[in-house]
Design a protein around this ligand. Sequence first.
Ligand code: UTP
Length: 293
Amino acid sequence: MAITQAILPVAGLGTRFLPWTKSVPKEMLPIGNQPIIARIVDECIDAGITDICFVISQGKEMIPQFFYEHPELEAELEKRGKLEQLKHLQKYDDTNFHVVYQEEQLGDGHAILQAADWVKTDTVAVLFGDDLFTGGRSGLQQLIDAYDQLAEEDSGAIVALEDLSEEDIPHKGIVDIESEHSTIAKLKSIKGLVEKPKIEDAPSSFGIVGRYLIPKSTIEALPTVAVGYDDAHSQGAAETLLAAGNQEIRLIDALKSQLGSIPILGLECEGTRLDTGTPEGYVHAVQVLGVLG
Ligand code: UTP
């Protein structure tokens, strides 16, 4: 089944970019004449995604607004003969955008959970905005190409991997690799996952870099992986527990809970990844991509 839906969790506080993020989301920082988030949305559209759900928080409405049609502006551009700019604006007209709110920032998995009712397909893409890909096929395209080659019984969750430098390992989810896939190059079967380990505890140097294909079952597992959650089966119970304990729901924990029950695969992605999640990384991304437009 084709992957046509993508969740983009962009509800985080963006504390590393304060004070900028006090009023403007970090996802709206420009690279060339585009905000960062437009590069993520373009990656989705180029990979065949037709339905995108933004998970936002109060005050981040300008993210979805950027992609909505603007008939008055479009009419004015047409009147003035600015057809190139008009084409740019109309690029998003065929994509269906949806918005859900994450009221409290209780983790990336909690953000994804807010989009659970919107997901209609067996497998959905998840893209985090800090990681951008440049050169060749995008991260999402590479995941989808691998997914398309898998037999149905072999497809579970697939995460994008990068062979990280030592300094990046303590900041990423690191995978424990069981084996290489017999026919699909660079695809690995994963037997363990560790979030942000110390270098000496890392089971490998391969880390997850912001792109996932997850089956519905992973979303269903999310409410069960709030720390301290052991009993109830409703999202509401997890919410109460989270609110009381100030814990997080993380996507990596949901995947961990599924090890052994569904295939958890990792694809070593080609190309260059740029991390725009820190001010230094963002400046570097502007230097690399800004000139390319
Ligand atoms: P980060 O860990 O980078 O957090 O989240 P952040 O809030 O964006 O930035 P810092 O660390 O405070 O500087 C990774 C992704 O997950 C989303 C973020 O918006 C970002 O795209 N996220 C994180 C949520 O949507 N909700 C959360 O509760 C946490």
